[in-house]
Design a protein around this ligand. Structure first.
Ligand SMILES: [Zn+2]
Length: 273
């Protein structure tokens, strides 16, 4: 197993995580936020970045400004999709700048991964247990961010994102970098038969991804599943960073839909410089 290679940053009271491999290229600004350093009230306390969870809008916009400032991007230019647990990928360009930034109604419709080769266009996806995957093609200067819960993992959204980057930008998966962010760990993720079946179909007989834990429950490893997909797509193991953090275990640092139900969202944001 590779060593975990994310690190925590604190700036202006905002705590977030960065992946060493992405940061070391000097090509991107990126971060995966925690719940620490914002102004939202319970149950969204405090750095909720999601506009679609019924939090106070002005509080979310203040939180977004704080996180944007911490990672070094323009909050008015972020591109936010309406995430639907699909395998749909959207290529975004300059004309999409600011979509969903100030109001969720004009977010990019129905997409769980965004890709771009436009500089200074932050891709902004939101998470509460699901897996965030950052993709960077340093040769063609192109990026992608994907959101994978169990449905997106079973339908291999990150594979679709890599295929789209190859098609649109000429990206070679062997030269790409990826970083898999904090997400619910397998030890905290019991699922029922339908979810187990979908993951078993996508990853047959792979107990790292789906393993029975009781007569009626299975445990699902979404982070490892997405690393397997990245490897199958042609990424080199040495170019994949992964976070050990479990969003369900660490209640001080992370929102967790599984643990809390009504709660906030962390941001997985990245922009080409
Ligand atoms: Zn956990």
């Amino acid at each position: 197993m590779r060593l975990p290679n994310w690190y925590r940053v604190e700036t202006g009271g905002v705590k977030f995580y960065r992946a060493w491999n992405l940061q070391a290229t000097g090509l991107v600004a990126h971060g995966f936020s925690t719940r620490i350093g914002g102004v939202s009230k319970a149950p969204y306390n405090s750095l909720n970045l999601g506009l679609a969870v019924n939090d106070d809008k002005e509080a979310v916009l203040a939180n977004r400004r704080a996180f944007a400032s911490a990672i070094g991007v323009d909050p008015k230019r972020i591109v936010v999709p309406k995430q639907i647990h699909s395998n749909l990928v959207k290529l975004v360009t300059e004309s999409d700048a600011g979509s969903g930034a100030l109001d969720h109604s004009n977010a990019i419709p129905d997409a769980d991964a965004l890709i771009t080769n436009t500089p200074n266009l932050p891709l902004a996806l939101h998470f509460a247990d699901c897996v965030c995957i950052f993709l960077l093609d340093p040769e063609h200067r192109a990026i992608g961010v994907a959101h994978a819960g169990w449905r997106g993992t079973a339908s291999k959204i990150v594979s679709s994102a890599i295929e789209a980057m190859t098609r649109e930008f000429g990206s070679d998966p062997g030269a790409m970098l990826a970083a898999v962010g904090p997400a619910v760990a397998r030890s905290c993720y019991d699922v029922g038969e339908d979810t187990a079946k979908a993951l078993f179909d996508a990853f047959p007989h792979d107990e790292r991804v789906i393993k029975q834990s009781t007569a009626t429950k299975w445990r699902a490893g979404l982070k490892i599943a997405n690393i397997i997909i990245l490897r199958q797509a042609g990424l080199k193991e040495s170019k994949i960073a992964f976070s050990e953090s479990c969003t369900c275990c660490d209640r001080d640092e992370f929102f967790s839909y599984r643990r809390e139900g009504l709660t906030g969202r962390m941001g997985g944001w990245m922009s080409l410089l």
